[in-house]
Design a protein around this ligand. Structure first.
Ligand SMILES: NC(=O)c1ccc[n+]([C@@H]2O[C@H](COP(=O)([O-])OP(=O)(O)OC[C@H]3O[C@@H](n4cnc5c(N)ncnc54)[C@H](O)[C@@H]3O)[C@@H](O)[C@H]2O)c1
Length: 308
C-alpha cells in the first residue's frame, strides 16, 4: 500500500512509519521538522520537508506519491502553546487538516486515519470515558482536535473518503520529546537521568491513562483495514496517579530521587481514564504493554541517548 504519514518525523508518527516499512508498505513522510527530528526519519521512507499549512505543496505531494491511505499525525501538540497562541494552534491543526483532506479528495485517497486526542472530552461526565461521553474541550488544543474530527467526517460524507478517528490517551515511549513540550513521563525520566529535580504540577493525585507508543502503532496498523468511519478511543483503561508513576520510576531507575510540587496548570484536567472496548471490538486490538514494560523500554532508550 502507498501510505503518507504526516508528522512521520515526530514521536508517534516515526514509530508508525518504522512498522509500516517493516510490513513492506511504500511510505512517505510529510513533516516540517518543527518538533520532529531528522534522526527519527526512516531511511526507507520518502521524505517531504513541507508544512501542512502550505496548501499548494501538500496537493503536489499527494499528486506525486498517490497514497492509498493517509495517516495524519502532524500537529501542534502542546496544550500550553495552544493557550498562549490559540490562532497558531488553530491554523496548524484545523487549516492544516483541511489541506490534507483537500489533497485526499483530489487524489481519491481511500482512507484517512486521524490522530485525535482524549482532550476532546475535557472534564469527563463519568469515568471511564467511553466514546459516548460528551465532548467538551477545555483547551484550544482540545477544540482544534475536535474541530478537525468534524472536518474529517464531513469530507468523508461528501467525497466518500473512509476514515478512522483514533482518540489517544496519554502516549509515552521511545522518541518522545522531553524539552518543554513532552509528556510527563519523558520529562521525568530525563530529569532522573540528568540528576535534576522533577516537578509535579498540582498534588500529584491527578490520574492519567498512560499508553505505550507501540500500542498506538498497532492501533494504526489495525485501522488500515478495520474500523471504517468510526471514532475510537485508544487507551489502556487503567488509571495511574502521578504520585504512583513516581514510585514506578524509582523502581525502574533504582534511584530514590527527590521531586517538588508546584501549582496546577491551566487546562490540565484532574482525572482521565479511558475505556477501550470499542477498539477491542472494531479493531481487534488491545494494549499489549504494561506500564512497567513501557517505562523500562523508555528509560533504557533515554539512557542510551545520553551514553552516545
Ligand atoms: N503524545 C500524546 O500523548 C498524544 C495524545 C493524543 C493525541 N496525539 C496526537 O498525535 C499526533 C502526534 O503527536 P506526537 O506526540 O508524536 O507529537 P510530535 O510533536 O512528536 O509530532 C508531531 C509532528 O508533526 C510535525 N509538525 C508539526 N507542525 C507541522 C506542520 N505545520 N507541518 C508539517 N509537520 C508539522 C512535527 O515536526 C512533528 O514531527 C498529534 O496529532 C497529536 O495531537 C498525541
Amino acid at each position: 500500500m502507498n501510505i503518507i504519514v504526516t508528522g512521520g518525523a515526530g514521536f508517534i508518527g516515526s514509530n508508525i512509519v518504522d512498522e509500516l516499512v517493516k510490513m513492506n508498505h511504500n511510505v512517505a513522510i510529510v513533516d516540517n521538522l518543527s518538533t520532529g527530528k531528522v534522526e527519527n526519519i526512516n531511511v526507507k521512507a520518502k521524505f517531504y520537508k513541507v508544512d501542512i499549512r502550505d496548501t499548494k505543496k501538500i496537493i503536489e505531494i499527494f499528486n506525486d506519491f498517490k497514497p492509498d491511505v493517509c495517516i495524519h499525525h502532524a500537529a501542534q501538540i502542546d496544550i500550553q502553546t495552544s493557550i498562549k497562541n490559540p490562532k497558531f494552534d488553530a491554523v496548524v491543526n484545523i487549516i492544516g487538516t483541511i489541506n490534507i483532506l483537500e489533497a485526499c479528495k483530489i487524489n481519491k485517497v481511500r482512507k484517512i486515519i486521524y490522530a485525535s486526542s482524549a482532550s476532546v472530552y475535557g472534564n469527563p461526565e463519568y469515568l471511564p470515558i467511553d466514546e459516548k461521553n460528551k465532548t467538551n474541550p477545555i483547551s484550544y488544543y482540545g477544540i482544534s482536535k475536535l474541530t478537525s474530527e468534524y472536518y474529517v467526517k464531513v469530507f468523508s460524507k461528501f467525497y466518500g473518503i473512509k476514515f478512522t478517528i483514533l482518540r489517544y490517551a496519554n502516549v509515552y515511549g521511545i522518541r518522545q520529546a522531553f524539552k518543554g513540550e513532552g509528556g510527563v513521563i519523558a520529562i521525568f525520566l530525563n530529569k532522573i537521568i540528568k540528576k535534576e529535580i522533577p516537578v509535579i504540577y498540582g498534588d500529584g493525585e491527578q490520574t492519567r491513562d498512560f499508553i505505550y507508543v507501540k500500542d498506538i502503532v498497532n492501533a494504526n496498523v489495525a485501522a488500515l483495514t478495520k474500523g471504517n468511519n468510526e471514532t475510537i478511543n485508544i487507551s489502556t483503561n487503567n488509571k495511574i496517579s502521578i504520585n504512583e508513576l513516581v514510585k514506578y520510576m524509582r523502581n525502574i531507575s533504582k534511584r530514590n530521587f527527590n521531586y517538588i510540587y508546584k501549582n496546577k496548570r491551566d487546562g490540565d484536567i484532574m482525572h482521565s481514564y479511558i475505556e477501550n472496548e470499542k477498539a477491542k471490538k472494531l479493531l481487534d486490538w488491545m494494549p499489549m504493554y504494561s506500564i512497567e514494560e513501557g517505562l523500562k523500554a523508555t528509560y533504557e532508550y533515554y539512557k542510551n541517548l545520553y551514553n552516545k
